[in-house]
Design a protein around this ligand. Sequence first.
Ligand SMILES: *Cc1c(COP(=O)(O)O)cnc(C)c1O
Length: 368
Amino acid sequence: MSTTSSPVTSTFEIRRSDAPVPVATRAEAMAAPKFGTVFTDHMARVSWSQADGWHDRRVEKYGPLLLDPATAVLHYAQEIFEGLKAYRHADGSVWTFRPSANAARFARSAHRLALPELSEADFLGAITALVATDVDWVPSGDETSLYLRPFMYGSERFLGVRPSLEAEFLVIASPVGPYFTHGVQPVSIWVAQDYHRVGAGGTGAAKCGGNYAASLLPQQEAYGHGCEQVCFLDAATNAVLEELGGMNVFIVHADGSVSTPELTGSILEGVTRSSVIRLLTDAGHEMSERRITLAELRAGLTDGSVTEVFACGTAAVITPIGRLAGEGFDMTVADGAAGDVTMRVRAELTDIQYGRATDRRGWLHRLV
Ligand SMILES: *Cc1c(COP(=O)(O)O)cnc(C)c1O
């Protein structure tokens, strides 16, 4: 289906687990997995040292890591990660979506966190070898997938403050059910005005665990206000929309145009975000990446010129936003239900990912 030529992938040594999960137990675990709680039998792994570079590419038994208490990552959070999915198509084949974009982002994140860059060949090789080994863990139900979590951390045993001279790259995999079990439900958003995710020159454009650690307290504040997710404003002016804790945000206007916050260096460049921009553009929507203030959004919700708001990211794909609240305001987005543009682009994207629509843009990459 894919029209682009396959990128080069490294070869991994497969060291099979001596104790895989029994078939019946696996079937039970995969029946209705809660996100990120069930893991497959194996993990892919590559080690790095300054002296030897990347070495020992292998797939091995999934299991705990043995870390010295002085391991660098535990003290200074030198860690990055990625998130992508493997989708099973109706004919049984297994595909992933734009993995080269994740590989490129992983290399950019590594650079920002002073970790060694991993080649695209190693990134794709790890995913390919792991999914091939654990292919029985790729679910086949509607909107199910195998979530892939590549990550890297500074593994040197050393408390001094400087980049680690050793690192580990791993990929673990987790079968996931549909994000929405009772049809797509709009979520409510709390706009944080006392906390920021990152500042100018910070790590906002890198996918690193530290950004998430900083988002947890404002996320708790959102729960406290009866909201499910938090939206951050820029640190410099506290007025410009950035993104949610782990999703990018889009605004649909009454005239059919769509806007999303521009990439400033403090926003994570989502693969879903760039795919949505392309799909909406191809569908004839006027699409702009620009500075959007909270005041503009609130005024648009009040006068009806903003008709839909949605968030997007790999885990939840596209999530309609039905309510927007913050200090001194609490507003419904249109009638609070999922909008047409939101649901259409969601269907278009998932149809490509699950092989129900032709992949005209060469976004799919076959794994098995
Ligand atoms: C991963 C992530 C996203 C979404 O990126 P996708 O590539 O679409 O999954 C958005 N914001 C943040 C902060 C993220 O970490």
